[in-house]
Design a protein around this ligand. Structure first.
Ligand code: C2E
Ligand code: MG
Ligand code: MG
Length: 695
């Protein structure tokens, strides 16, 4: 630390010494100068007195001096009586000697007689006075003569001044010596007193200041100690705080990391389908929007491919959602293999996928990709123990051309996909503007059908089935009718496929079953007996879990004996449904009859059908039309009937319109006929009036 006391001590000592060293000599010089001036003034005054009093004698001595020997000079000086006179004149004064020199520097008179005759031509004082000036000097002498005594160790102040004649010429020089020993001694004493005073004053001042400085130093040291302690405390606090901040920082970093992770996860979830990991609808829309802008700027083209799985709903319905989910993941993986890196594959939801193809060269590029996508479904999907056969329908919309906005493009690709689906499974189709009208119509019909179910716009009509041999009623087929206030009478060929695609067939089919069973039982209560009721069942109904349970519930509910219910299934239903055979077994176990509808249009062989619990075959109307016209058709019918009867199937012919057809069929041994010849499908009341009689 800065030692204030030490610096102060050194500095003040130097100052005191300096002050004493400077002030002492200064004071001495000033005093000496003053003393000299006073002594000179006194000498001049004495000389003037001496000159005035003894001028004549002095002149005489000077005039007479030239050429005289020393003894003569001393003689003439003694004779002048000056010795005595000056002794009296200067008695009691400090003047101790008076001398007179002539122009040649010869001492012509001195109060110390021994000096008369000395030559002082070289003396500085003499020379100065000879030129008209006054000269004084202070000398210290060990011994000197005074008028009547001898002085020891004294200080003598000698003044030389010119002696002038009346015409002011210098005729000689007077030297007056004055004893200033007491004055000089006093001066020395004063000087010492002065020095002691100054020293004392400075010492006192120093002491006072020293006390103050010591106190200051103490305060400084005390404060320094306090500051040091405060600093140490502060350092400890800072270290503790730094540690705490470090801990907080680490925690914050961890939190920020977690939050970032959560954010990126959220972001990922916001833009991806959690099941397949593909981009989701939102991501696709944003990317399409962006790409459309770029495509326009660069004058390029792009394509949107809407991909829909044809039989996915059935899988989901029969095998459950877990298998359905796995299948979707497998489909996503297989589709990804065919999409270029720059293109984007997304899942819109359900079994709908969509693909964005950028920077097209021509439509052929898209057709190739669409073909590859469809081809990707050629081999089955192995999900657990299930081997699943699927196909996909692809609709394509191009930009520019098939829509100006994202919404338009996606909707038009969807429309084209429906057209592809309608053309048969596993097809692709480019959008064309007239499709929009069809799609709109389809969407409208779907809405109306949904409403129709709840609002009693549907009805069940019945068509008779008669024995070929005697024309007796053996049963009736229930056929659904839709009387729409907006669309009028809508034929089943138009709305049944739509209901199958949308899943509406499930409630619709159940309604037909219950309604027709109820009708038969109501008639029975009134004693009108319908021996057998045939109801059409579509593939989606059959695959829907719980179909058998629901069916037996309806039978219990309505009271219709299962033996009097026949379900009509198309060939594809039986062939295409996984586990379909099991369901048929369960239906057979319930006691329900099964018929293969539209027989001949599919590819199933009779020997295969024989292995199923099926009792009846319905020869499709398209063959019956050929009777009497197409020998090929006739040959087919003949073979089918013969084979079927041999294998134990009952054969029913559909669409019998003429007597000739009926006769031909009856002749071959066909068991039962159904067609306009015997009656169209009519409302229950008409049917009862025409066909039923109370038993
Ligand atoms: P399908 O099961 O083969 O029904 C026979 C169709 O042939 C009926 O047409 C019937 O009206 C028609 N038909 C019968 N005899 C003749 C004839 O002599 N000449 C002509 N030209 N046609 C005749 P519809 O009622 O239009 O039904 C068409 C198809 O719709 C049915 O074919 C059936 O597959 C389906 N369908 C009808 N109702 C239902 C239903 O309630 N559930 C299900 N799943 N499908 C139904
Ligand atoms: Mg039928
Ligand atoms: Mg049929």
């Amino acid at each position: 630390m800065f030692n204030l006391s030490r610096y102060f001590l050194t500095l003040s000592f130097v100052l005191v010494v300096l002050a004493a060293g400077v002030l002492g000599p200064l004071y001495r010089n000033l005093s000496l100068q003053q003393l000299n001036e006073l002594a000179e003034a006194r000498n001049l005054a004495m000389a003037s007195v001496f000159d005035n009093a003894y001028r004549q004698k002095l002149n005489d001595l000077l005039l007479a001096s030239s050429g005289l020997a020393v003894a003569q000079l001393r003689q003439s000086a003694g004779d002048s009586g000056l010795q005595q006179a000056s002794s009296q004149l200067f008695a009691g004064s400090e003047v101790i000697k008076v001398k007179l020199y002539n122009r040649l520097g010869v001492t012509v008179f001195s109060t110390e007689a021994a000096q008369i005759g000395d030559i002082r031509l070289d003396s500085g004082g003499f020379k100065a006075a000879m030129t008209g000036g006054v000269f004084s000097e202070l000398t210290h002498r060990g011994e000197k003569a005074a008028f009547d005594r001898t002085l020891r160790e004294g200080d003598v102040f000698a003044t030389y001044l010119p002696l002038r004649s009346q015409d002011q010429t210098v005729i000689g020089v007077i030297e007056i010596d004055q004893d200033i020993t007491p004055h000089l001694r006093r001066l020395n004493i004063n000087q010492w007193l002065m020095f002691a005073g100054v020293f004392g004053a400075f010492a006192l001042l120093y002491l006072g200041q020293f006390v103050v400085v010591r106190r200051g130093q103490g305060i400084l040291e005390e404060q320094e100690g306090r500051i040091k302690a405060a600093c140490e405390t502060l350092e400890i606090q800072v270290a503790a705080r730094t540690d705490e901040l470090k801990r907080i920082n680490t925690r914050l970093e961890a939190e920020v990391g977690e939050r970032r992770q959560a954010e990126s996860k959220l972001n990922y979830l916001a833009y991806h389908d959690p099941l397949t990991g593909l981009a989701n609808r939102r991501y696709f829309i944003e990317r399409l929007q962006e790409t459309m802008g770029e495509t326009s700027r660069r004058d390029q083209r792009l394509a949107v491919l809407f991909i829909d799985l044809d039989q996915f709903a059935q899988v989901n319905d029969t095998l459950g959602h877990a298998v359905g989910d796995e299948l979707l993941v497998a489909v996503a993986a297989r589709l990804s293999e065919h999409v270029r890196l720059i293109d984007m594959l997304a899942r819109l939801g359900g079994d709908e996928f969509i693909c964005l193809m950028e920077a097209l060269r021509d439509e052929e590029d898209v057709a190739v990709l669409a073909g590859e996508i469809i081809g990707a479904f050629e081999s089955p999907f192995q999900i657990g123990e299930h081997e699943l056969f699927l196909s996909a329908s692809v609709g394509i919309a191009l930009f520019p051309g098939d829509g100006e906005s994202v919404v338009d493009l996606m909707r038009n690709a969807d429309t084209a996909m429906y057209r592809a689906k309608a053309a048969g499974r596993g097809q692709f189709c480019f959008y064309s503007p007239e499709m929009t009208a069809t799609a709109r119509e389809r969407a409208r019909m779907e809405n109306l059908l949904r409403r129709a179910l709840g609002q009693g716009e549907l009805a069940v009509h019945l068509q008779p089935q008669v024995r070929a041999s005697d024309g007796q009623l053996v049963g009736a087929e229930a056929l659904v009718r839709w009387q729409s206030p907006e669309l009028g009478q809508v034929p089943p060929v138009r709305f049944i496929p739509l209901a199958e695609e949308t899943g509406l067939i499930i409630p619709l089919g159940e309604w037909v079953l219950r309604e027709s069973c109820l009708q038969v039982m109501q008639w029975q209560l009134a004693d009108y007996i319908l021996p057998m009721l045939s109801v059409n069942v579509s593939v989606r109904q059959l695959q829907h879990p719980g179909f058998v349970t629901r069916l037996s519930a309806i039978l219990t509910e309505t009271g219709l004996p299962p033996q009097r219910l026949k379900l009509e299934l198309t060939e594809s239903v039986v062939m295409g449904v996984e586990g379909g055979e099991d369901i048929l077994e369960r239906l057979r176990d319930l006691g329900i009859q099964l018929a293969i509808d539209d027989f001949g249009t599919g590819y199933s062989s009779l020997s295969y059908l024989k292995m199923l619990p099926v009792q009846q075959l319905k020869i499709d109307r398209s063959f019956v039309i050929g009777i009497g016209q197409n020998t090929g058709d006739e040959a087919i019918i003949r073979t089918v009937i013969e084979l079927a009867e041999r294998l134990g199937f009952e054969v029913v012919a559909e669409g019998v319109e003429t007597e000739a057809q009926a006769a031909f069929l009856a002749g071959l041994g066909c068991y039962c006929l159904q067609g306009y010849l015997h009656g169209k499908a009519v409302p229950p009341e008409d049917f009862r009036n025409r066909w039923l009689r109370p038993s």
